[in-house]
Ligand binder design. Structure first.
Ligand code: SF4
Length: 317
């Protein structure tokens, strides 16, 4: 049987893609999936529930697990007796103090994003964006391979548009990605406005996050969050900033150097306390309130009205 697996993110493009798939194929051939990073805004989960009710379809929730990796890392740290030193002469071996600190927190929490960072001993970054691969791509591919193993042919529907970013400018509409696996991107030539129109015509509401200043729906925050969006997040959802602050402390304990920050930008200081002081999430939020060079506070920044619509798509018009 040919199954149409639709990757649903909680955003507009994937909602439109799901609508297209359901308009063309029988319900039992359409398999929506959602890769839950664990770093989502609660509105995303509520929106998935809404889509399920509105479209009378089940969305399969996929969550990566790093239990085995964390167990292996615990074993490695506990038994680490390396005598070698790195290029700068520092010992590679975990010190006993660092071992005690890391082993105290290195336990699976059940949250995919946090467990991934605990395992890696760091947050993902622009240069090492392993979150997408580990939290989204791998769970989706494993799910689809499972369907192929059951004898199905899988068409993976992806809500990608070429005008989203330079990286997607050459996205193909259809391609073979493996034995009995194909990718189909029906929206490659669509604009954002067409996507919203398509959902509206089908009677499907957009995710409310678009009405509250988000230009994209995904991790809250994404490691690639921009200055304005971070400012919006801190004004509207300070509890998510607080959550990231707690994660930074936990991940910092799990890593050898003793600190880790989510929004790093290549700090050059040698003193780790200085780096953490400058780059922790609260410091980044303060930076996000500054204008241009980052020194001068934008006096309007504190006047963001949390209930006002700041949609980048003008959805309140
Ligand atoms: S949305 Fe951002 S933080 Fe989340 S998986 Fe993608 S790149 Fe990583």
């Amino acid at each position: 049987m040919i199954l149409h697996v639709v990757s649903v993110s909680g955003g507009k493009d994937s909602a439109a893609t799901l609508l297209l798939a359901m308009s063309r194929f029988r319900r039992d051939r359409v398999v929506p999936i959602f890769c839950d990073t664990g770093n989502e805004h609660e509105a995303v989960y509520e929106y998935l529930d809404y889509l399920e009710r509105a479209l009378d379809i089940q969305i399969h929730r996929l969550r990566a697990s790093f239990d085995d990796e964390i167990a292996a890392k615990r074993m490695f740290i506990a038994r680490d007796q390396r005598q070698r030193r790195d290029k700068s002469g520092r010992r590679l071996r975990w010190s006993n103090k660092a071992k005690r600190r890391a082993l105290a927190v290195l336990h699976p929490t059940g949250n995919p994003f946090l467990d991934l960072c605990l395992w890696k001993g760091r947050f993902p970054s622009r240069k090492a964006q392993f979150c997408t691969e580990e939290l989204k791509t791998k769970p989706a591919v494993l799910f689809q391979l499972g369907l192929v193993d059951q004898g199905h042919t899988v068409v993976s529907w992806q809500g990608v548009r070429r005008d989203e970013s330079p990286a997607r400018a050459n996205a193909l509409k259809f391609e073979r990605i493996g034995p009995r696996m194909f990718a189909f991107r029906p929206l490659v030539e669509w604009s954002a406005a067409q996507v919203f129109d398509h959902c509206a015509q089908a009677g499907i509401q957009p995710n409310p996050l678009y009405l509250q200043g988000c230009s994209r729906v995904g991790c809250m925050p994404c490691i690639n969050v921009g200055k304005d969006e971070l400012r919006q997040i801190s004004a509207r959802w300070p509890e998510h900033v607080e959550r990231i602050a707690q994660w930074e402390l936990l991940v910092g304990q799990a890593c050898k150097r003793g600190f880790s920050t989510m929004l790093s930008d290549g700090h050059e200081a040698a003193d780790r306390r200085e780096i953490f002081a400058d780059l922790n999430i609260y410091a980044r939020v303060e930076w996000a309130k500054t204008s241009r060079g980052g020194k001068q506070y934008d006096l309007l920044a504190d006047l963001i009205e949390p209930t006002a619509c700041a949609s980048a798509y003008g959805l309140c018009e």
